[in-house]
Write a protein that binds this ligand. Structure first.
Ligand code: ADE
Length: 407
């Protein structure tokens, strides 16, 4: 049962720990930055997202919010947001139909600006809702950006979209430290097992994979990385991890965690050689990185042994899948820490402001977040952390701009 009281406390706690967004919210609310604009959001509906949605509404926007994943919603937060009059369409454990119905409700607002995570809302605006004129939008995550760039390449993108994921103040912290910490949180909450002394295979050494590998090592795991990119594979090796093919790694694994954005990273041949008791979890956006279809097909029996832990029997062997293969940090964990989402959502808020003010000069293409926004969020974050840094002197600035022969 959803608890309104808990939801309100979660929102309050998140807001208190999102100091950068708080400063931005104060300015937006004075300036009524989004007055007269409709904003449609499809994000993981939990406390930090609630704070962003409220910020946009307090800045004059009409806001509707749905989830970008059927299993990542925090129902307490939904109850609290609804009590505050927010139009939220989400619940934990939506069917596919419910999930899409909720996205439809957001699109029925006729949004001027969209904030998407994973690309489903954007895709609908290019299929069933082609008539809605969108001024522009933001995409939060790697998977969504890949989809956007494919649309751009095919020449079908209808409106400007900003790639929030590649802003430095997003991926360097959210993907690395956010996913690193919250994936461990999700795995530990789901299993209540030890990480120390375990062999953990991390598939993918992008920013998310790096974060997971780093934090798993910090907890005392023996970490193996699998990659398809030779450069990243060398980086992983030089960062001190063992690197090998999944087919070899999975034979040793106690845990396998995927963070690749690719489907079927763990498939038939891997399940067949996996060690008895191996636990599979996914930290990527979609639930296709660990092939559930193969697990279902190969196994004679399946049962839920704990909340978010499914046991599959293949011969004498038991394998486990966490959170139905959906992103474990939000299914069984609490999502990224508030101070991390503070940075990501501040980038989202300032980029939405950029769209509101500059949409006349934007074309239907994928844009990088302007550097000024990245730096503004970095400066505010440093301030909130009480850290002062050096500045170049005038002479040093001149030195940078001069051409000189080496002496
Ligand atoms: N909370 C809200 N959005 C999130 C995301 N994309 N990843 C992790 N936690 C989140």
């Amino acid at each position: 049962m959803a608890s309104l009281k808990d939801g309100k406390l979660k929102l309050e706690w998140a807001r208190e720990h999102m100091p950068v967004l708080k400063i931005i919210a104060e300015r937006f609310s004075e300036e009524k930055t989004f007055k007269g604009l409709r904003i449609g959001m499809a994000l993981h509906v939990e406390a930090k997202t609630g704070v962003l949605a409220l910020t946009l509404r307090e800045s004059g926007a009409k806001v509707r919010l749905a989830s970008c994943n059927p299993l990542s919603t925090d129902d307490d937060v939904v109850a609290a947001l609804r009590d505050l009059g927010m139009e939220v369409y989400a619940k934990k454990g939506e069917s596919k139909e419910e999930y899409y119905d909720n996205l439809y409700r957001v699109l029925e607002l006729n949004p001027d600006i969209i904030i998407d995570d994973g690309g489903d809302l954007t895709t609908l605006l290019h299929t069933e809702f082609k008539d809605i004129e969108v001024l522009g939008g933001n995409e939060e995550t790697t998977t969504g950006v890949i989809r956007l760039k494919n649309m751009q390449r095919r020449g079908i993108l209808r409106f400007p979209m900003f790639d929030v994921n590649d802003a430095r103040m997003k991926h360097l912290f959210d993907n690395r430290y956010g996913t690193g910490q919250s994936t461990l949180d999700g795995i530990m909450s789901a299993t209540n097992l030890t990480i120390a002394g375990k062999t953990v295979v991390v598939a993918g050494y992008g920013w998310c994979g790096r974060g997971i590998a780093m934090r798993m090592r910090g907890m005392g795991a023996d970490v193996i990385v699998t990659e398809i990119d030779p450069v990243k594979a060398i980086e992983a090796r030089m960062d001190g991890f063992r690197v090998m093919r999944m087919i070899d790694a999975v034979k040793q694994a106690d845990f396998v965690v995927t963070a690749t954005g690719m489907k079927d990273v763990v498939r038939d041949e891997h399940f067949l050689v996996a060690k008895d008791g191996c636990i599979f979890a996914n930290a990527g956006h979609f639930d296709n990185e660990v092939s559930k279809e193969a697990l279902e097909r190969l196994s004679e029996e399946k049962r839920e042994v704990r909340r978010f832990v499914e046991e599959y029997k293949i011969g004498d062997k038991k394998l486990y899948l966490l959170g139905d293969g959906r992103l474990i940090n939000l299914v069984a964990g609490q999502g990224h820490p508030a101070e991390i989402m503070d940075m990501s959502f501040s980038i989202q808020a300032l980029t939405a402001e950029h769209i509101a003010k500059n949409h006349h000069n934007l074309e239907p293409k994928v844009y990088a977040v302007p550097d000024e926004i990245d730096y503004e969020v970095a400066r505010l974050k440093l301030r909130s952390m009480g850290i002062d840094i050096d500045e170049l002197t005038e002479e040093q600035k001149r030195y940078l701009e001069e051409w000189k022969e080496g002496t």
